[in-house]
Write a protein that binds this ligand. Structure first.
Ligand SMILES: Cc1cc2nc3c(=O)[nH]c(=O)nc-3n(C[C@H](O)[C@H](O)[C@H](O)COP(=O)(O)OP(=O)(O)OC[C@H]3O[C@@H](n4cnc5c(N)ncnc54)[C@H](O)[C@@H]3O)c2cc1C
Length: 445
């Protein structure tokens, strides 16, 4: 009875998509989720009359079926139809550094390059060549997907650009293509999404992220990403899959060869080969018999450093975005043209932060006469004071939110604080009060 063909652990978008695929293909599938809701990071929550999106700024790769890794393809294949609103700009990016800029770039190669050229005359040709590189890289990725053990001779003869680019940073690739530094800075705006400055960030990864947004257009589900999770849940259940909530996997079970054969949820045991885990390797290994973990995997896990995290501030405002004077969906505010400087400034100043206004993409996402803003503020492990008492924690969160809101008010010449009807400040896990109930999430400035 507790035997399945596949067990999936964690009902975030990754686990939901995996379980939907295996259930659709006829495998007896069990999806275990520790929370009482599906979605993981991709969910929504309410404060007063506002429903906030806690993490998703924008879905990428919502592009034509021919494009690699098309989200649309995944939905189509599963038979899921979630209407998505699409944004016509990639971002507005503001740099306060020397020779700074304030540029809004539209989606689509031609419009994007036109906007870039207007900001940095003379950069169009080299920037276009940079974007075109993505097509060659996509071809190579398709080849390696179809051929998990690629033929070196084919790689060298047909995909030499891929081999040349694969080991270089974004800055090195843009330098090699002769892109002027200021245009490089604008093109590199999304570095914060990956948490690594462009002098260290792999050029191939970055280019594919940039093209995923500018070609596929940033997209948002009309009813927050919870709508997406619920559509996946329905799909799994329609195909006979079973989902158990409030079911934390406490232990992974292995056979004598170190192959997973099942999981424990407290006292209950469930068996399957294979187990698909949608939770981070650290949490799998911490729930496993150490001797069963492949030594290479253990070394890899121990070698990883936790990178950038974020504090998010959600605001429900008692005026429309027009009354507030906000025009953009996604604004990146940066301290300098150089992403390494921004990265370092994030540790004690306004290195980089992002402000989104969902009403621009989905005008009626909040009640009539209101709007919402969503601040994303990078933070680093160890940046927070340790062991704060509940009142200190509350004050710390409020001060942090106030600092960024005031900075944005000043930068944009708008007034936000008097319009705050609801505010919720979500810090990462390492900023926690001593008491579980301290601080609250519903603070007023
Ligand atoms: C602030 C923020 C902004 C973001 N912005 C964007 C964006 O604009 N665009 C974009 O594409 N992505 C964005 N992301 C990333 C995106 O939200 C995540 O990559 C994605 O939702 C992760 O999905 P996942 O299924 O891999 O993991 P998760 O969503 O983390 O799901 C893991 C699930 O596993 C469950 N779980 C954990 N441990 C156990 C256990 N032991 N037993 C059972 N269940 C367990 C958890 O409860 C959770 O439901 C953002 C993320 C954050 C935090």
């Amino acid at each position: 009875m507790n035997q399945y063909d596949v067990i999936v652990v964690g009902a975030g978008n990754g686990g939901l998509a995996a379980a939907a695929k295996t259930a659709k293909e006829g495998y007896k599938t069990l999806l275990l989720e520790k929370h009482n809701l599906p979605g993981g990071c991709a969910t929504s929550f309410r404060r007063g009359r506002f429903e906030f999106e806690p993490s998703l700024h924008e879905l990428c790769h919502y592009c034509t079926a021919e494009e690699l890794a098309s989200t649309e393809n995944i939905f189509e294949e599963l038979g899921i139809d979630v209407p998505l609103a699409k944004e016509s700009t990639v971002f507005r990016t503001i740099s306060r550094g020397e020779d700074g800029y304030d540029v809004t770039l539209r989606t689509g190669d031609e419009a994007f390059l036109d906007d870039l050229e207007a900001a940095v005359p003379g950069c169009r040709e080299s920037a276009a060549a940079f974007l075109k590189l993505n097509d060659e890289l996509d071809d190579a990725m398709r080849y390696t997907e179809k051929n998990p053990i690629p033929n070196p001779a084919v790689l060298m003869s047909k995909y030499s650009t891929f081999l040349r680019v694969a080991s270089h940073s974004t800055d090195e690739v843009m330098d090699a293509m002769g892109i002027p530094k200021k245009a490089q800075s604008i093109l590199g705006t999304y570095w914060g999404y990956l948490g690594v400055p462009t002098d260290e960030l792999n050029g191939l990864h970055y280019l594919s992220l940039l093209c995923a947004y500018l070609r596929g257009r940033p997209s948002m589900p009309y009813h927050r990403s919870h709508e997406l999770s619920l559509a996946l849940v329905k799909n799994i259940q329609e195909n006979g899959g079973e989902i158990r909530y409030n079911s934390e996997v406490t232990k992974f079970l292995y056979d004598e060869n170190g192959v997973t054969i099942g999981v424990c949820c407290g006292e209950q045991r469930f068996y399957a080969k294979p187990i698909i885990s949608n939770i981070i390797p650290h949490n799998v290994f911490n729930r496993s018999d150490n001797r069963k973990i492949n030594q290479r995997m253990r070394k890899l896990a121990n070698a990883r450093r936790f990178g950038m995290s974020v504090v998010t501030v959600y605001l429900g405002l008692d005026c429309t975005m027009e009354e507030l004077g906000v025009k953009d969906y996604s604004v990146f505010v940066q301290s300098d043209n150089n992403s390494r400087v921004q990265f370092n400034d994030c540790k004690d100043g306004f290195g980089m932060y992002i402000v989104n206004c969902l009403n621009r993409v989905i005008p009626d996402c909040t009640p009539e006469g209101t709007c919402t803003l969503f601040f994303t503020i990078p933070v680093f492990p160890g940046q927070f004071p340790e062991k704060m008492a509940p009142q200190e924690y509350k004050a710390y969160k409020n001060d942090l939110a106030r600092k960024y809101i005031e900075d944005y008010e000043k930068l944009m010449g708008i007034s936000i604080i008097p319009h705050i009807e609801e505010i919720s400040i979500a810090p990462p896990r390492d900023l926690r009060p001593l008491s579980r109930h301290a601080g609250g999430h519903h603070l007023r400035l």
